[in-house]
Design a protein around this ligand. Structure first.
Ligand code: SAM
Length: 285
């Protein structure tokens, strides 16, 4: 099968199978070989790698992954794409096609079975409607990971990279930076996809930290505090946390903890660094 990463070959496959795009699954297929080269290169795919691809579509990126990786597992929710993938990937014996909703899959267990629990690389042109749950699910369930290299909406990629004091800084930035080192490796315009998305896209690589950049006694509590502070962005940190049912601390306790950190009682969550959230969480233990 010829490479799918040029528009006429993608169109030929879509016509052969009379395929209709499903908007609800965020289907925007890549048609630019330069973008695919950049993704493979940024992910540093080599023959020793076990790669999990989320949402292979008709197999455009999967073909590239099969050429470079040792093994590829491609998880696709849309049943109509499975016969197409079996056709477009028939030349490769190092790929497993799995029809599944990635959000319902026990990826930790899967990695244990297929790669003896050794760290994998995740590479994907993600369905944008579930970018955050996919990425957070991978990190929070402690799947053994080396890196995640994904195409996401440009604004979301920027949100993952920014620090305190910027308007895009939020719970996603802190969570991603706690688990990994983010780096935007390419900006990708809508004309690289079929059909064209309404938004700009970017490829971001998240390299898993070997050790978390901050120490915190209770990771869950820290993330509950982070979520509560950004849920009510306009409120001061004290009011945001005092209103959050899963924090359950009085205003006095919260102000005291902030005082110990030399922070004013009216400080807002968006100015705190990851280190400061970790310290606050420990003080509220
Ligand atoms: N990788 C292909 C490419 O680059 O051309 C397709 C990318 S497209 C943006 C996203 C793909 O994810 C679609 O094939 C869609 O059907 C699939 N998808 C959407 N939701 C999914 C889910 N919950 N689990 C697995 N795959 C999903």
């Amino acid at each position: 099968m010829a490479t799918l990463a040029i528009p006429q070959n993608t169109i030929a496959v879509l016509q052969k199978y009379n395929f209709n795009f499903q908007k609800k699954y965020g289907q925007n297929f890549l048609i630019d070989p330069r973008v695919l080269d950049k993704i493979i290169c940024a992910a540093g795919i080599v023959k020793e790698d076990f790669v999990l691809e989320i949402g292979p579509g008709i197999g455009t990126m999967t073909q590239y992954l099969c050429e470079h990786a040792g093994s590829v597992a491609a998880v696709e929710i849309d049943r109509n794409l499975i016969p197409i993938l079996e056709d477009t990937l028939s030349a490769y014996d190092n790929v497993e096609i799995i029809q599944q909703d990635i959000l319902k899959m026990d990826i930790g267990c899967f990695v244990q079975e297929r790669n003896q629990g050794k760290p994998i690389k995740v590479v994907a042109n993600l369905p944008y409607y579930i970018t955050t749950p996919i990425i957070m699910g991978l990190f929070e369930s402690h799947v053994p990971l080396e890196s995640i290299t994904v195409m996401v909406q440009k604004e979301v990629a920027e949100r993952m990279q920014v620090g305190p004091g910027t308007k895009d800084y939020g719970a996603l930035s802190l969570a991603v930076q706690y688990y990994a080192e983010p780096e935007i490796v390419a900006n990708v315009p809508p004309n690289c996809f079929m059909p064209r998305p309404k938004v700009g896209s970017a490829v971001i690589r998240l390299t898993r930290h070997r050790e978390a950049p901050v120490r915190v006694a209770d990771e869950r509590q820290m993330f509950a505090i982070i979520r509560a502070s950004f849920n009510q962005r306009r409120k001061t940190l004290v009011n945001g946390l005092n209103n959050a049912p899963d924090i359950a601390r009085s205003k006095e306790e919260l102000v005291l903890a902030l005082e110990k950190m030399n922070l004013p009682a009216n400080v807002r969550g968006e100015t705190l660094s990851l280190e400061q959230f970790a310290k606050l969480s420990d003080l509220l233990q």
